[in-house]
Write a protein of this length. Structure first.
Length: 133
């Protein structure tokens, strides 16, 4: 039986309709690839609660769970686990995102998301997001 790795991700969409991507830092799996911000869910944590926590830790912004709208999910077999990653859209937050845990941040047009070298699980999400936005 394969263990599930539960990860929550967020597409922050600014007033100009751009989506925030974060570059994975060196020393982590998939270094230098771009991804939607987020992270692993802690035991007993909901996907929304995980994002509220992760976005505060990784981007230094405040998001409320009621501002997170589920839009898609990725299901990806990895070496020893199976990744299940819901993607939420958020258009309202407090603060200015900064790369606390990422190598860099980039605001990208939805039509250009697939131009970035994305982490494998984020590629299908970027295609869905492009078509929905």
């Amino acid at each position: 039986m394969t263990e599930l790795l539960l990860v929550s991700a967020c597409a922050l969409v600014d007033a100009d309709g751009r989506v925030l991507l974060a570059r994975r830092p060196a020393g982590k799996p998939h270094p230098d690839l771009w991804e939607f911000p987020g992270g692993k869910m802690e035991p007993g944590e909901t996907p929304e609660a995980a994002l509220v926590r992760e976005l505060a830790e990784e981007l230094d912004i405040n998001v409320t769970a009621s501002c997170l709208a589920p839009i898609a999910f990725a299901s990806e077999p990895l070496e020893s686990v199976h990744l299940l990653m819901p993607l939420f859209v958020c258009r309202k937050w407090r603060g200015t995102p900064r790369p606390v845990a990422a190598a860099a941040l980039k605001w990208a047009r939805p039509s250009r998301l697939l131009d970035y070298d994305l982490a494998p699980a984020d590629r299908p999400l970027a295609a869905q997001l492009r078509d929905l936005l």
